[in-house]
Design a protein around this ligand. Structure first.
Ligand SMILES: *Cc1c(COP(=O)(O)O)cnc(C)c1O
Length: 698
């Protein structure tokens, strides 16, 4: 049950299954009819759309890639099992008498053979339809198709009374209802919610927008449903217009907080859905048998509670049995990774907060996630940070920016490096902000005629990129451009981590020159937009500058760049790097090991080969003085580091075995090796070590 506590979507499915029970038991009908209407015909109507949305959410990839085979096969089996389960009731009720073959086929393929079993055909048809449309038209345009279908469905459902006033539509719906019971069955209802669920799978919903949206659309659905019922317009009441925003906001809130999944819960909620009509029959039968029809059935609340408790007990038992006896070997056995990174998202979120706390009012953290998030995985990092309220990201290249957008990251994304003018269409398409690296670049971008968002780089002494800080005229010209929308201006401090007298003075001069230029622009009536100057060391050692952004890179990952200046205690390392032992062997004096026979022990030693090498990002020079952790102890690397493997000396550690975990960066027991230690041994900075990590997992 890994992640069960964070499995918000799966827990809510259970709640929805109970809502469906209310629909079929009308608990408030006798005591409070209006309340019953509100509960079962309005509130409980979120349940089935929610089921569809969860399905679409988790099947987004399969829908796009057209690989639904296994899911559909499973759904068909479920349909069949449910049909067989309810066959006794079909036979008992006698409604099979006079059933034509055509009607039987319709029931099986569209309406369901029992009153709640329309759900399975609807999911199957919906998945086929959305999957097909997505392949043909793309994800976005499929939205039009599902909307049209939904509209048709609405007209045959709660908007029926109005729809049939349109000339021709009555005949259309008469024809429709000649071959299906309700428009929620089959193809008019499910596709919309499957599509919406899938759409949310690639987004980071804004919690407050969803919260307010849920409140407003909740009121709207209430108003819509009450009006339609009062005016007796509904033919059925499964579909409302405003059910769409309600479902969207509700799902956005839950999916935003969802951090795990729990298969047994999913099985359980499905079973409650499938089994509760049987429980209704059982409760009624029991009540009749005991002569307690009045208190157990006519009292709707008691009836509902009994059905609920019984459904829950039966479903829980069935889930337990199913989970226990399920053939386990059908799932392919997990393959242990060869080498892997562990990303501590909690530490990352914590670091972002700790850094944000150091910024003055009005200054926002811009998370630098270039070079695949300093080797941590850019999309993972950006998603985690988006949850903690970071809205601005910086990358080095166009492709890095596009990768973030494709990973569903919203907010501002600034490309810090040069992008050639030929790429402006992509900048615009993915809504990326481009750095203008100098006047020549500005002109080249402008000549494309494509309007794009930019930040202007200013050279305050690093002499890498930027318009020279003295040249306010040139800056003003960029701001005056008709196609470049300048939203910010920035420079980069190149010695902010140094405590040397001379460097301190240099940094001060960079800061002064930058704000001098900004003031000069303001004096000319130019609104400079967001100003930013500090990277990690600027945030730590030059706090309080009046900027709109601060660009945090290395400090966000809880690592000091060079170790000359230790990080504040509060920042925690985010990444661990681990690999496995592949093979263990004994060496005798006179033996040598590795390329060039570099390692020549003078006493008997036990060595082990580890599944990671310089192609994974462990610098080759780390062999001289590098250590790793095994069973909480430090052991040395011996011989030369190979492309895909390295050797360690494990003499004296008992029972070392292939598969054992080796830690290159991170903690094991009491011992820790930091990225800083690896950088120091290799004579470089942590930025280089981390950004070059490129682990091949298997
Ligand atoms: C890489 C980079 C940063 C982030 O630097 P850190 O020292 O890692 O915080 C900030 N600004 C620019 C322009 C950069 O290139």
């Amino acid at each position: 049950m890994k992640g069960a506590r964070g499995a918000k979507l799966d827990w809510f499915r259970v709640f929805c299954a109970v809502l469906v029970v209310t629909i079929h038991t009308d608990p408030l009908e006798s005591a409070f009819p209006t309340g019953n209407l509100i509960l079962t015909r309005i509130i409980a109507r979120i349940a089935v759309p929610f089921f569809f949305m969860v399905t679409g959410y988790f099947l987004r990839d399969a829908l796009e890639q057209g690989c639904l085979g296994r899911t559909l096969k499973k759904l068909c089996l479920y349909t069949l099992a449910a049909m067989v389960l309810y066959l006794p009731l079909n036979l008992y009720s006698g409604d099979w008498k006079g059933l034509t073959i055509g009607a039987a086929v319709r029931d099986i393929l569209l309406d369901g053979t029992f009153y709640h079993l329309w759900y399975f055909p609807a999911v199957i048809i919906g998945l086929l339809l959305v999957g097909g449309c997505v392949r043909l038209l793309g994800w976005k345009r499929t939205g039009i198709v599902v909307s049209l279908l939904y509209l048709i469905g609405l007209g045959g459902d709660s908007w029926y009374g109005l729809a049939v006033r349109v000339p021709g539509l009555r005949a259309f719906y008469d024809w429709l209802f000649s071959w299906m019971d309700q428009t929620r069955n089959g193809l008019f209802f499910a596709p919309m919610y499957l599509w919406l669920g899938g759409s949310l799978a690639r987004r980071e919903p804004d919690r407050s927008v969803c919260g307010i949206g849920l409140l407003l659309s909740g009121c709207a659905v209430f108003a819509e449903a009450m009006l339609l019922h009062q005016a007796q317009i509904c033919r059925f009441d499964s579909m409302y217009v405003t059910l769409i925003p309600v479902s969207l906001c509700l799902f956005g809130l839950l999916s935003g907080a969802n951090t795990g999944n729990c298969k047994p819960l999913r099985t359980f909620s499905l079973l409650v859905y499938v089994l509760h009509p049987w429980c209704i029959v059982a409760v009624r039968f029991g009540a009749k048998f005991l002569g307690l029809w009045g208190p157990l059935v006519e009292n709707r609340v008691v009836h509902f509670l009994l059905v609920c408790v019984m459904s829950i007990i039966v479903s829980a038992l069935a889930t337990a049995i199913w989970t226990h006896f399920r053939p386990k070997n059908r799932q392919p056995e997990a393959i242990p990774d060869r080498a892997w990174l562990e990303i501590d998202r909690v530490a990352l979120a914590h670091n972002a907060m700790a850094l944000s706390d150091r910024l003055p009012q009005g200054c926002e953290l811009m998370a630098v996630v270039k070079a695949d998030g300093y080797g941590h995985g850019a999309v993972t990092v950006a998603r985690t940070l988006a949850h903690t309220g970071v809205h601005a990201f910086a990358v080095a290249t166009l492709d890095e920016g596009i990768a973030l957008r494709r990973g569903g990251i919203r907010g501002d994304i600034l490309i810090l490096g040069e992008t050639p003018p030929q790429a402006v269409k992509l900048l615009k398409q993915y809504d990326l902000i481009q750095t203008v690296v100098d006047s020549v670049h500005a002109r080249a971008l402008e000549n494309t005629g494509t309007p794009i968002r930019v930040h202007l780089a200013v050279d305050t002494g690093m002499h890498r990129l930027g318009i020279p800080v003295q040249d306010v005229d040139a800056m003003e010209r960029v701001f005056a451009s008709s196609t470049l929308r300048v939203e910010g201006i920035f420079s980069h401090l190149c010695a902010a981590d140094s405590r040397e007298e001379e460097d301190l003075a240099f940094t001060r001069s960079q800061i002064d020159a930058f704000f001098h230029a900004v003031d000069a622009l303001k004096a000319r009536g130019v609104a400079p937009g967001k100003c930013h100057l500090q990277a990690s060391s600027g945030i730590l050692y030059w706090p309080g500058l009046p900027c709109g952004y601060a660009r945090a890179g290395i400090a966000l990952y809880g690592v000091s760049s060079s170790g000359d200046e230790p990080l504040p205690e509060t920042l925690r390392p985010v990444l661990s790097l681990r690999a496995r032992i592949a093979s263990v062997r004994e060496l005798l004096p006179g033996d040598s090991a590795g390329y060039g026979r570099d390692y020549r022990p003078e006493t008997p030693r036990k060595i082990a080969a580890v599944t990671i090498g310089y192609a994974d990002g462990v610098p080759r020079c780390y062999a001289q003085g590098g250590q790793v952790l095994l069973r909480g102890r430090r052991v040395p690397i011996v011989g030369r580091i190979c492309m895909d493997q390295l050797l360690i000396d494990v003499t004296g550690i008992p029972k070392v075995w292939p598969g054992d975990t080796v830690t290159l960066i991170g903690s094991d027991g009491e011992e820790t090796i930091t990225a800083m230690e690896m950088a120091r041994v290799c004579g470089t900075i942590t930025n280089e070590i981390l950004s070059r990590l490129h682990v091949r997992n298997r």
